[in-house]
Design a protein around this ligand. Structure first.
Ligand SMILES: Cc1ncc(COP(=O)(O)O)c(C=O)c1O
Length: 404
C-alpha cells in the first residue's frame, strides 16, 4: 500500500482547535540521538507503536530506525504496511510482533506481517510455535526479571503477580530450543543510567546462561536517553558490552524517546469562571485526548499561550505554592476532574485564547476516544521545511461510525 495515496488531501492553513500539532524537526532531533546510540552500541531501534503510531510522519523517522514493534494484530499490520516490507518490499525494516495474548484466529495473519514474533508466555509459545516455524519466522519469549525501574505500579511490568513474561529459569531453559531470542521490558521513563545498568546486571545475574544461548535480546523501551544530560556514550558502551558478552543482537524499543517534546495539543478557551481560584475551560478533554494525565494523575506542561511560547510548568512542578490566583485549566467533558493542570499564569485567560499543551504526542493520539462526543482534535504536521499539513480532520460521521 502506498501511504501517501490513502491520506485525505492535505491543507496548509491551520484548522479550528482542537488539534494535535506534530513537529517533524523535533522528531528528527530525537531520531538523530537514537541513531547515534545505535551506531555507537550496535543495537537496533524499533519504534514502539503502542506509544506513537501517527504514520503520517513515518517518512521522516524511517531513515533512522530499524523498524517497528507492536502489541496487537492491528499494530503489527500497521507497522508492516507503513514502515516495513508491506510499504516497500526492498526495504530492510523489521516488523516485530508481540502481544500479551494472541488468539487462535488471528495468529496466521499476525505471522503474515511479522519478521519476528515474541510470545508472552510459554503456553502461548507452545500453542503457536509450529505455525511460526512453518513460516520460518524467528520466535522469542518475553522474560520477567521481577525487578524494574518504574515509579508507577500501574505501569510496572514486575508488579506482584504480573502476567508480563516468564520468570522461572528452569521452565525457560526447557523451551530454549524453541526460541532464538527474548524480550525484557522493565523500564518506565527511566532517566538514570546507573539504575538502568544495575537492573541490566540483575537480569544478567538471573538469566545470564540463558542469554548466552540466544541470538537476540530486546531490552524494550522506557529508557529516557534523550534527556539532554543523559550519558549516551556510557549507555552505548554498556549495551555494546552486553551484546558482545552474550553474542546477541540487542534491540531497543523506544516509544516516548522517539517523539518526546515533538507534539502539542492546541486548544482554545471556551469559558472562564471563578470558584476561589480562576478557572478556564478549553475545547479539548484530558479523558478523551491526553488520557495518561488522568491515569498517572499528572499535569500537562503549557507549551504556548496564544502565539507566545512560554513553557509554563504546572504549579506543583514549578513549586510556586505562594502564588495566589492560580488558574485551573479544565477540559470540556463532564468529568469533574477533567483537569489539564493548575498554573501560575502571567495574565488572566480570556475566552478565545489559544493554549498549547506540551508532551502531547506519545500515549495520547493512540489512546484518544469519543467520550462525551467531544470534537476529535485534527492532526496537523509541521513538516521539515516549515510547511503545515492538516493531515486529518474528524467530524460527526467519524463519531457516529465508531459506535455502530
Ligand atoms: C514491551 C514494550 N516495549 C516498548 C515500550 C515503549 O516504552 P516507552 O514508550 O516508555 O519507551 C513499552 C511500553 O509500555 C513496552 O511495554
Amino acid at each position: 500500500m502506498n501511504a501517501k495515496t490513502s491520506l485525505k488531501t492535505t491543507k496548509s492553513s491551520l484548522p479550528p482547535t482542537p488539534y494535535y500539532l506534530l513537529d517533524e524537526a523535533a522528531i528528527v532531533a530525537n531520531m538523530q540521538i537514537i541513531a547515534r546510540l545505535c551506531e555507537l552500541s550496535g543495537a537496533k531501534a524499533l519504534l514502539a507503536l503502542k506509544c506513537f503510531a501517527t504514520w503520517g510522519v513515518f517518512d521522516v523517522m524511517q531513515p533512522y530506525l530499524h523498524g517497528t514493534t507492536s502489541s496487537s494484530l492491528n499494530e503489527v499490520r500497521l507497522g508492516y504496511e507503513t514502515f516495513g516490507k508491506g510499504k516497500d518490499s526492498d526495504n530492510e525494516k523489521e516488523t516485530h510482533a508481540y502481544s500479551v495474548a494472541y488468539s487462535t484466529d488471528e495468529i496466521d495473519e499476525v505471522l503474515s506481517y511479522a519478521d519476528k514474533i515474541i510470545f508472552n508466555s510459554i503456553s502461548q509459545l507452545n500453542a503457536f510455535k509450529e505455525q511460526a516455524a512453518a513460516k520460518g519466522i524467528p520466535v522469542g519469549l518475553r522474560l520477567n526479571p521481577k525487578t524494574s525501574n518504574s515509579s508507577f505500579i500501574i505501569a510496572d511490568p514486575a508488579r506482584p503477580f504480573s502476567r508480563l513474561g516468564e520468570h522461572d529459569k528452569d521452565k525457560i531453559a526447557a523451551v530454549l530450543s524453541d526460541i532464538t531470542g527474548v524480550m525484557i521490558h522493565n523500564n518506565c521513563e527511566n532517566d538514570s543510567f546507573e539504575a538502568f545498568s544495575d537492573s541490566l546486571a540483575d537480569i544478567e545475574a538471573r538469566f545470564g546462561d540463558v542469554l548466552a544461548q540466544l541470538e537476540w535480546v530486546s531490552l524494550g523501551g522506557g529508557i529516557h536517553f534523550i534527556a539532554p544530560d543523559y550519558p549516551l556514550e556510557k549507555l552505548a558502551e554498556r549495551l555494546k558490552g552486553f551484546s558482545e558478552k552474550y553474542g546477541v543482537q540487542v534491540y531497543l524499543e523506544p516509544g516516548e524517546a522517539s517523539i518526546h517534546g515533538a507534539g502539542s495539543l492546541v486548544t482554545s478557551v471556551l469559558d472562564t469562571m471563578h470558584n476561589e481560584k480562576n478557572l478556564a475551560v478549553v475545547d479539548a478533554s484530558i479523558e478523551a485526548h491526553m488520557l495518561d494525565l488522568l491515569i498517572y494523575r499528572e499535569s500537562a506542561p503549557i507549551a504556548a499561550i496564544n502565539k507566545e511560547s512560554i513553557n509554563i510548568l504546572p504549579v506543583d512542578m514549578a513549586k510556586t505554592a505562594d502564588v495566589v490566583d492560580n488558574t485551573i485549566i479544565y477540559g470540556r467533558s463532564c468529568l469533574a476532574g477533567d483537569i489539564f493542570g493548575e498554573y501560575a499564569l502571567p495574565n488572566q485567560l480570556q475566552v478565545g485564547d489559544k493554549i498549547a499543551f506540551g508532551n502531547a504526542a506519545g500515549y495520547t493520539m493512540v489512546k484518544k476516544n469519543w467520550f462525551n462526543g467531544v470534537n476529535m482534535p485534527a492532526i496537523v504536521i509541521r513538516r521539515l521545511d516549515g510547511s503545515i499539513d492538516v493531515q486529518r480532520e474528524f467530524d460527526y460521521q467519524d463519531y457516529k461510525a465508531s459506535l455502530s
